[in-house]
Design a protein around this ligand. Structure first.
Ligand code: 5MM
Length: 341
């Protein structure tokens, strides 16, 4: 018997577990590998991801699901076991990124719209057969002079809603990811207002597309200062403003919200999540769906060498454990230091 949409959506964000975003496209993983001096070959990408998925403690106790890229969902481990089976064996859920990237939006200089709706119904059927029980689509909203525009927010929200409808029709939980980028010198209140505008429009379009909110997961950015803003908000301010914004925009029928890290440091991403949970009284489960903030440390520790696999797994397990504690509101700087040692 297959688990229903609502049950999968709930399981993705519950119990202090969160998602590993390992869905880097070929060009993004190349950038990550370039930074550690590793050639981005089919075999190296397999070995790296196999190292993560064979990290027993992390995968069994802290990672509820893994977002995969098309290549990975079809790839076998060195011993021939499908990588998807490694994830399932750990009790974690395989998922798949189905968007085809943010492309320049005609008529909207400096803005993008995410593509990938053509043929999506058929691709979702294939991915379900390969084991995917959830999917992800990322819309990208930049803050700059005169942007974002309503036309771009609307086009992206409509695409997210159409994607989510196709997912649910195929028994796949949609992760709806509207990311307001933290690049730029804007302040935290600008991030608040733009994210509010985006989330209001996204939930409006989800309503028009008849999305079952109980069977989806939201993956938003946190409300943070722009990366080059001279005044960087404190952890407490980020947590307070993010919780306030979400309470104003996200219906309580949504079972879970799993944040992206978006360029925050590993520890900032953990500290922010922990501070939000400590607010208490939240109507949804809050957790992580980090890419960089879970993988930067293991990538560095591994550096493409077979003899470093144990060190890479230890680094991944540490970050996953810290985010697990944060998702339970039990993380602290002292624990971070003690367990890293
Ligand atoms: C892992 O990165 C994902 C894929 O990005 P590309 O399609 O550009 O290669 C990305 O969508 C990711 O899942 C989310 O943005 C969260 O990652 P971060 O690093 O922001 O936590």
């Amino acid at each position: 018997m297959t688990e229903g949409l609502d049950a999968v959506a709930y399981r993705m964000c519950a119990g202090g577990k969160g998602l590993l975003a390992a869905d880097e496209s070929t060009s993004t993983i190349k950038k990550r590998f370039d930074a550690i001096g590793v050639e981005s070959t089919f075999e190296n990408r397999r070995d790296y991801r196999e190292m993560l998925f064979r990290s027993d403690e992390a995968m069994k106790d802290y990672i509820s699901g893994v977002i995969l890229f098309d290549e990975t969902i079809r790839q076998n481990a060195q011993d021939g076991t499908p990588l998807v089976k490694l994830i399932e064996a750990a009790g974690s859920i395989p998922g798949i990124k189905v968007d085809e990237g943010a492309k320049p939006q005609a008529g909207f200089p400096g803005e993008t719209v995410t593509e990938g709706l053509d043929g999506l119904d058929g691709r979702l059927k294939d991915y379900y057969a390969l084991g995917a029980r959830f999917a992800k689509w990322r819309a990208v909203i930049d803050i700059g002079a005169g942007i974002p525009s309503y036309g771009s927010i609307l086009a992206n929200a409509q695409a997210l809603a159409r994607y989510a409808a196709l997912c649910q029709a195929n028994d796949i939980v949609p992760i709806v990811e509207p990311e307001v980028l933290m690049d730029g010198a804007h302040d935290i209140d600008t991030c608040y207002h733009v994210t509010e505008w985006v989330l209001k429009e996204v939930f409006q379009q989800l309503y028009y597309s008849r999305i079952r909110l109980e069977g989806m997961v939201l993956k938003p950015n946190m409300v943070v200062s722009g990366m080059t803003c001279p005044r960087q908000a404190s952890v407490a301010e980020v947590a307070e403003k993010t919780v306030r914004l979400l309470k104003n925009c996200v219906p309580s029928a949504v079972p879970g919200i799993a944040f992206l890290s978006g360029g925050q440091s590993d520890e900032e991403a953990t500290a922010h999540l922990d501070a939000m949970i400590r607010h208490g009284g939240l109507p949804w489960n809050l957790t992580f769906s980090y890419g960089r903030a879970l993988q930067a440390a293991p990538q560095k520790a591994w550096s493409g060498k077979a003899e470093n696999v144990a060190a890479g797994q230890a680094a991944f397990t540490h970050r996953a454990r810290m985010n697990h504690l944060a998702a339970l509101g039990q993380w602290s700087e002292a624990i971070e230091q003690k367990q890293a040692a």
